[in-house]
Ligand binder design. Structure first.
Ligand SMILES: Cc1ncc(COP(=O)(O)O)c(C=O)c1O
Length: 439
């Protein structure tokens, strides 16, 4: 098919329910760049929504996958062990945020792994209800659709969804009415603790601790706007879980594998999860997800009750082993912690600059999980995104608030980060210069 016809063909034959940032057709990717079939080379600050975190076609990952494809492609988990599955566990164990997390179950997608965590939590506690956070994103399957509370679009028209899910406020300081009305005396470093009170009320009014199996939290809200919670808040939730025999499930599908400058975001908060959910960055683009928990909880499951055809695929596991090694060999976390402040530095300057300050409402994030929340009402985030695209750079918006999330590769070079910063700055300047629009 002629290159010029590919996009048209896609629009005609691909489900309309899939939204997309651009109708460009990607042909290849290398490091921080993707190239389209029309030869356009674009700087990628999306990483396929936090997946190709070590850049596109990372050479060591590609080599491991090529080798594995000559050894064993599919070693189904209900038939036997396979080597990359075991090697992956060996590689992941030292990365775990707590030594109690020692027993794994691998799946394919993030949603499936979240569902595996629901199954484990319900089965282990013999309780049914699940609490999730307002603004959360846990996936699009029938269970996870009802656990996702970032936008109505994900569940609208698909009911009935999984019952037994309750939601409560996430500590989103930039949008917290108490913080706003106290001139931001309360903030990330000084939580008003209202979300804790709301959680305690929920447990008194709607779902009693004796019916509540687990609280699911993204330790940095992802799709909901890249919002880190105050440390004191998360620690208090841990206490509430301990007091009430409720499991704390941390969904690190997006925040895990170095995105925040530590292997797992929970390390910033010194909070031990009972179940940790992972996916995305674990295999740099090969479909793989998983949960890890305490052996005593995992061993309560009846043999045969868990499994699935492709879960823990051998090629994906081999990719995961190579990813874990690359983190060590290439000092990836050090790079994350060096590059992150370069981007936030520019954004904070824009927030102070009278020429651009009217665009910016909040700059936040950890490591390279960074957000720019724009002033409401002017569609600034989508306009900045469109300008970046014109300048051959991919960035993503997110959340019901007017927010851009930046997800550059974790091993991005200083030069490519400088280039990205320059493009984003130009886009902000241009949008700020356009004047008010009526929407
Ligand atoms: C925190 C979180 N949990 C779960 C999911 C669902 O993962 P998947 O799209 O692989 O099903 C996502 C996807 O973006 C996510 O960000």
């Amino acid at each position: 098919m002629a290159h010029s016809k590919l996009a048209e063909f896609g629009v005609k034959h691909i489900a309309k329910g899939i939204g997309r940032l651009t109708n460009e057709v990607l042909e290849s990717g290398a490091g921080s760049y993707v190239t389209t079939t029309s030869g356009r080379r674009m700087l990628d600050f999306t990483c396929g929504i936090g997946v190709t975190n070590l850049g596109h076609c990372h050479p060591a990952v590609t080599k491991a996958v090529q080798h594995q494809a000559t050894q064993l492609v599919h070693g189904q988990v209900n038939i036997a062990f396979h080597k990359p599955y075991l090697q992956l566990i060996e590689s992941l164990l030292p990365m775990m945020p707590h030594k109690s997390l020692d027993t794994f179950f691998f799946w394919n997608s993030g949603s499936e792994a979240v569902e595996a965590a629901v199954k484990l939590a319900r089965h282990a506690t013999k309780k049914q209800n699940i609490i999730v956070m307002q603004g959360s994103y846990h996936g699009r399957t029938f269970a996870t659709m009802n656990m996702t509370r970032s936008k109505t679009i994900y569940g609208e028209g698909f009911a009935p969804l999984m019952p037994g899910v309750f939601s409560v406020d996430f500590p989103y300081c930039a949008q917290c009415s108490i913080a706003k009305h106290s001139d931001f005396k309360y903030n990330y470093d000084n939580c008003c603790m209202d979300p804790v009170s709301k959680l305690e009320l929920l447990l008194k009014r709607e779902t009693s601790p004796s019916d509540t199996a687990a609280i699911f939290i993204e330790p940095v809200l992802g799709e909901g706007g890249y919002v880190p919670p105050p440390k004191a808040y998360l620690q208090k939730v841990r206490e509430i879980c301990d007091k009430n025999n409720i499991l704390l499930v941390l969904d690190e599908v997006q925040s895990g594998f170095g995105r925040t400058g530590k292997y797992f975001a929970t390390e910033h908060f010194d909070v031990r999860p009972d179940i940790l959910v992972m996916a995305k960055g674990i295999a740099n683009g090969f479909p793989l997800s998983g949960i890890v928990s305490r052996k005593e909880l995992m061993d309560m499951q009846k043999t045969g009750s868990m499994g699935g055809t492709y879960g823990g695929n051998a090629i994906s596991c081999a990719a995961g082993v190579a990813v874990a090694k690359a983190f060590q060999d290439e000092k990836v976390l050090e790079n994350v912690n060096a590059r992150g402040p370069e981007l936030t530095g520019m954004l904070k300057e824009c927030a102070k600059d009278p020429k651009t300050s009217k665009v910016i409402y909040d700059v936040r994030g950890l490591g390279l999980m960074l957000a720019l929340e724009c002033q409401p009402g002017q569609n600034y985030a989508a306009r900045i995104q469109a300008k970046c695209l014109e300048k051959d750079m991919l960035i993503l918006t997110t959340s019901i608030y007017d927010t851009i999330r930046f997800i550059p590769p974790l091993n991005i070079s200083k030069e490519d980060m400088a280039k990205g910063i320059q493009i984003i700055k130009e886009a902000i300047d241009e949008v700020a210069g356009e004047g008010q629009r009526v929407y």
